[in-house]
Write a protein that binds this ligand. Structure first.
Ligand code: GLU
Length: 492
């Protein structure tokens, strides 16, 4: 069996977005599954729109996702000579011709065709120029484009797309398209195909928007005598209103780096993206890397467009709830040591990292992360909702403050009593703290819940969290006592 070679050729005109990442992931999964190779190729020939910053951004995002490539990055701009050499080869073999029609000629012809309601195709004026005529025009310094000589008469380009099935395009519906501009620059459609030939690509897995190019590119392959790769076109990624996901409409919310910055674990995000427009063999949602590679198949890519449920203005979720729930699954269930570096990175970013958390306090740190993560969705939750565990400088949720503390004036005197009783404990355990708190409530003739909710808010700044007595142990006696004493100032 021939080795599978796939490619991911982004145009570096912006960040790596959800759609591009999905294409990269499918190419990567297929290469991994078949023991093949993935080639990273940067299509940077649009000089005006390409930027070095974007190249770096795309590479960084791929690395963050864990998408590995076997060759490249190659840069399309470095192969322009090859693209032109291919065009000349096509001229020599009679598969292409020089076209001297000027822009004005073409505009006029198009106008005429529009009037007569005939096909808006190049009419082939220069297709049959004799070698002498061509030589004369060239000698006169007339600029020319190079056009592919599309077969004429009955017949069509037919190919079996792995996702969309048999696709047929009649020759008569394909004009003799330009492959080299009059300024001597190759057209993208040629460069892309020539690069695929040079890189010996066996499977072109790309967005459905590439489908319009495919019949023409197959003609280029054939004319160059190169084997035609297999094609798998992927459905588009749309938002819930069926609009194409784009930087213009959705801004950063569709950028891969946004997810990195907003607390996603890279594999969770890959897992989520892989499920966009790919039907799993069963209803499973969670796949380890090995499982995903094992389960993946190009045939499973769905023809229906994938919906990315962007939630721009939803106060609860900042993105697709499915993405959030998959991330939460990993965040809560991976071995805590695997989460540790991500939590560390968040704490560092927030300026509350203490090197002891990976030194003398590491056991405490891991236990605490494990305790609080059961309610978290994204790693940033550790420094927002979980800040009080790692720093003494933490905010108090105003709603919780009102409901759990300020509403109960008595806490002004109860907190110090409690603080003293907890301080007096010799061992600070779940059982003992619970006993002290319940006994205090009883002695004061109030519901234990009032104390429990009040303490939680004072000690963590939050209205909800894990079981309070576990929380107290995690925060530690000294800090619990301090925080309860300080909480009386809320009433001032
Ligand atoms: N550079 C193209 C894009 O970013 C890739 C097209 C292809 O895969 O052939 O859309």
């Amino acid at each position: 069996m021939e080795e599978v070679r796939t490619r991911f050729p982004p145009s570096p005109t912006g960040y790596l977005h959800i759609g591009g990442a999905r294409t990269a992931i499918f190419n990567w999964l297929f290469a991994q599954k078949t023991g093949g190779k993935l080639i990273l190729r940067i299509e940077d020939t649009d000089e005006e729109r390409s930027s070095e910053e974007s190249i770096q951004g795309i590479i960084e995002s791929l690395k963050w996702l864990g998408i590995t490539w076997d060759e490249g990055p190659y840069f399309q701009s470095q192969f322009i000579k090859d693209h032109l050499a291919a065009a000349h080869k096509l001229l020599e073999s009679g598969h292409a011709y020089k076209c001297f029609c000027t822009k004005e000629d073409l505009d006029r012809k198009r106008e005429e065709a529009r009037r007569k309601k005939t096909a808006l195709q190049y009419d082939g004026t220069c297709r049959n120029l004799t070698p002498e005529e061509v030589a004369k025009k060239e000698a006169a310094g007339m600029p020319y484009t190079i056009r592919l000589k599309v077969p004429r008469g009955e017949g069509s380009v037919i190919f079996a797309d792995i996702v969309y099935g048999i696709i047929e395009k009649k020759y008569e519906d394909i004009e003799d398209f330009v492959i080299v501009r009059s300024n001597g620059r190759p057209l993208y459609i040629l460069s892309n195909a020539v690069d695929d030939i040079r890189d010996r690509i066996t499977h072109v897995i790309r967005g459905q928007d590439g489908l319009a190019n495919t019949p023409k590119q197959i003609l280029i392959y054939k004319a160059l005598g190169a084997p035609v790769p297999k094609f798998a076109h992927m459905s588009l990624t749309l938002d819930p209103n069926k609009a194409k996901i784009s930087k213009r409409t959705h801004g950063e919310l569709v950028a891969v780096h946004f997810y990195k910055e907003h607390g996603f674990l890279p594999w969770a995000f890959v897992n989520y993206l892989a499920l966009l427009g790919w039907s799993t063999p069963d209803s499973r949602q969670i796949f380890s890397k090995e499982e995903l590679i094992e389960a993946f198949s190009l045939e499973g890519i769905s023809r229906a467009n994938a919906i990315f449920d962007v939630r721009k203005d939803d106060p609860k979720f900042f993105t697709d709830p499915k993405a959030i729930s998959i991330n939460a699954h990993y965040l809560r269930n991976l071995p805590v040591e695997e989460i540790e570096p991500y939590v560390k990175a968040e704490l560092e970013k927030a300026g509350i990292w203490d090197p002891e958390f990976e030194g003398a306090k590491r056991n405490w740190f891991l236990r605490t992360v494990d305790l609080i993560r059961s309610r978290y969705h994204v790693t940033t939750d550790f420094v927002t909702l979980g800040r009080a565990y790692f720093s003494d400088d933490y905010p108090i949720d105003p709603k919780a403050l009102k409901k759990n503390i300020l509403k109960h004036e008595g806490l002004k005197v109860w907190f110090p009593i409690l603080a003293d009783r907890l301080q007096a404990l010799e061992t600070f355990t779940v059982e003992e703290t619970e006993q002290v708190i319940r006994e205090t409530a009883e002695a004061l003739g109030i519901k234990a819940g009032i104390l429990i909710n009040g303490i939680r808010t004072a000690v963590t700044g939050q209205a909800v969290g894990p079981g309070l007595f576990d929380v107290l142990i995690a925060v530690g006696k000294r800090r619990v006592v301090e925080r309860l004493k300080k909480a009386v100032t809320f009433f001032e």
